[in-house]
Design a protein around this ligand. Sequence first.
Ligand code: ATP
Ligand code: MG
Length: 567
Amino acid sequence: MKQSMTLIPTLREVPADAEVKSHQLLLRAGFIRQNTSGIYSFLPLGKKVLKKVEDIVREEMENADAVELLMPAMQAAELWQESGRWYSYGPELMRLKDRHNRDFALGATHEEVITTIVRDEVKSYKKLPLTLYQIQNKFRDEKRPRFGLLRGREFLMKDAYSFHASHESLDDVYQKMYTAYSNIFTRLGLNFRAVIADSGAMGGKDTHEFMVLSEIGEDTIAYSSESSFAANIEMAPVVANYERKNEENKELEKVETPNQKTIEEVSSFLQVESADCIKTIGFKVDEKFVAVLVRGDHEINDVKLKNLYQASIVELATPEEVKEQFGCSIGSLGPIGIPTSIEVIADSAVEYIVNGVSGANEEGYHYTNVNPVRDFTVTQYTDLRFIQEGDLSPDGQGVIQFAKGIEVGHIFKLGTRYSEAMGATYLDENGRTQHMIMGCYGIGVSRVMAAVVEQFHDESGIVWPNSVTPYDVHVIPVNVKNEAQANLAEELYSDLKKAGLEVLLDDRQERPGVKFADADLIGLPVRVTVGKKAEEKIVEVKWRKTGEMEELSVDQLIQTIRQSVVK
Ligand code: ATP
Ligand code: MG
């Protein structure tokens, strides 16, 4: 493509409201433009990158026997009412009315549409399993659209749905999708982890999020220093390899601790380690009050608490509720003498405390020499805390490290959540009616584009990996008015294209400095500068990634470039 013929509106200045690198660079290099908050146009370069990401996704989906279709973005509200999500999805679902005052939703995801299609068209186990996918714009009225393509209100997603007659079949396809996703993100050159995630309210079991490691990520990942173990910090199980201090149990004492409330205050006042303190927190689990104990240097993980009780809502008890239920203030709570009506549970580490410190359920006092089992009982000791850096990895290999991640993909076992709500059944081998078992699998295609830029850029601009670069080669005649330069540039443009490469020719009448700065900003892997030595058929090649430059004769050029841009 000749640059004079396309639209690449580069900007020198960093746009004021663009906080993260991918947003800044995609705007500055002329890949995207904002329409309104969270809604973007993909200009020609942006569209090319999207298409390349899509092509990789398509190839890997087809390898996993998933078949492409296309469903409507605008959907009748009745479908969403049938699944119940019309009422539960909240304001993120974009809703609108047609001229007859009928309700519609813009697809935030397509479980409803796909389930009705398969429900109506598939009747027998013989047609299962079936995996269908599409690549299509999704609409979500995000509370905080931000970071450009990373959190948009209209964005491109690949969403796949699988239908099964057995859980084994779902396990099998889930595994295939896991592999396909790993292949996709590997081909994109991304540094990512597949992390164990929380299945949350959707009622599924297994679920993995694919996270691109990045400081601007919204999620924290706990991963092993040695193995491939990775989990969302909320989900990472903690191995209970605690040791008991080699110390005799001393006699329980009640001591005065005026105005000492937090673990820090109490441990410094009593000159003990925070790991020897027992933190007691009052929770409201659905409608029931529970006292949860953890070591002073640990934090309670409310997702684990929620999962333990299979509760829908877990929240901290308010100061008023604590007063009413426990008879003291939040800062005085402790495990000794809690009203019997309240269940007490503890994180496993608490059991190993010897001669510890705890609240006394009385203002201004603490207990010292507290020994679990001897001094209080709990319903159970179990894993209730957040994993910490340096903890043993749950698979026993290496220690835990933290990183921030951008979620680019999500695979999920749905079970029969939608098939039951929407009556998607099939006849099994014995002629009995059964609900289909489902899985769903999403990739944020436009978010991936931004995630690639987050991982591949330097101070001069984007550094596209070969797999998704909009063009392979940027040919730049230094002076288009110089005939030898203009001719050689045209010749190379056509020869490189014949050799199967995608070429961008900067045929604009601009100063060389402007062209070079734009080339660095746009970030194609190879720049070929046609300058003074054009008559000798010698050009200068610059590799964007390393910044290395070399002079090459035109005969060597094609071969050298072809070898370097292997995808
Ligand atoms: P998030 O927690 O980031 O909001 P999600 O859990 O809502 O994501 P899914 O419903 O699993 O996301 O959607 C599948 C994929 O679509 C995500 O893994 C992500 O890559 C992408 N995605 C979700 N929301 C957005 C958005 N607002 N903008 C761009 N991509 C998105
Ligand atoms: Mg979301």
